[in-house]
Design a protein around this ligand. Structure first.
Ligand code: 0L1
Ligand code: MG
Length: 262
């Protein structure tokens, strides 16, 4: 690691304050160009610990930058992971307040919940499908705490991969027998098609994203616990939203997820 424990703690507090105050800040590598991957995940871990200490439950994990659409859009090219706060979870049909966000965007995702823990190395799609309790349609609302939504990989890992809100479908589906690769996704904003994708957009198969997460966590001596939500990453590019917008995403076989931004 390149940063001192004091600097890591200060950066975690700085980024969490930016989130809680909905105020954009310069990306942290501007002042800390030498920070490494372990520093970045250590900052994310401290934000997670600060929330847990205040009683905010961790409800799950997320992968980011798992599709070509996202990689091209953000100009950074390696999957990364973050955590999901329980108090950021909404159900389809919810109102999402934009006054607590900086510059929100929505992206269509596929969520998994496992019936047993998974950890790498060597985890693959077959392991994930065998351990899947159910899959669920999900929309992530991301909101980078960085000015102009511009960052590099280390800065965005520290910023918990832009995690902000997530909206879940109301039906749960057995993964067995579902062709998740060919599952079609249509995202509409205010009734107009804004993005389309298939399940294969996520690393060739959304279960591959869960396997990659298990392997990334395994490399850090961690695991995906059973029973938590895993967001597999945006299949579509992220679409900018503002107060007054309505978003509806139709997922072949999985149902629909909708929300209004207020
Ligand atoms: O969930 C995501 O794909 C976000 C990853 C971080 C980059 C971004 O903010 O788009
Ligand atoms: Mg996402």
């Amino acid at each position: 690691m390149k940063l001192t424990p004091h600097t890591i703690a200060a950066l975690a507090a700085h980024l969490e304050q930016a989130e809680l105050n909905a105020t954009a800040v310069p990306k942290i590598t501007d002042n800390h160009p030498d920070m490494d991957w372990d520093d970045a995940y250590a900052i994310q871990d401290l934000i997670r610990a600060a929330k847990a200490a205040r009683g905010v439950p961790v409800a799950g994990l997320k992968m980011g930058l798992t599709s070509a659409a996202k990689i091209q859009q953000m100009g950074v090219k390696e999957p990364i992971y973050g955590f999901l706060n329980g108090d950021h979870e909404f159900r389809s049909g919810a109102d999402i307040a934009t006054d607590q966000l900086i510059h929100p965007k929505v992206e269509a995702e596929i969520g998994f919940v496992l019936n047993r823990p998974l950890s790498g190395p060597g985890c693959h799609i077959g392991d994930v499908l065998a351990a899947t309790a159910y899959v669920v349609a999900a929309v992530e609302v991301i909101d980078s705490r960085y000015e102009h939504f511009k960052f590099d990989l280390k800065s965005v890992i520290a910023d918990n991969t832009s995690a902000a809100r997530y909206v879940l479908g109301t039906s749960y589906h057995d993964a067995v027998g579902l062709d998740l690769r060919n599952l079609g996704i249509v995202l509409r904003k205010n009734g107009e098609v804004a993005a389309t994708a298939s399940g294969a957009a996520v690393l060739g198969h959304p279960a591959a994203s869960v396997a990659m997460l298990a392997n990334m966590l395994g490399a850090r001596g961690r695991e995906i616990p059973a029973g938590v939500l895993i967001m597999t990453g945006g299949a579509t590019e992220a679409i900018r939203v503002e107060a007054g917008d309505r978003v509806a995403v139709d997922y072949q076989w999985l149902g629909s997820v909708s929300m209004q931004f207020t």
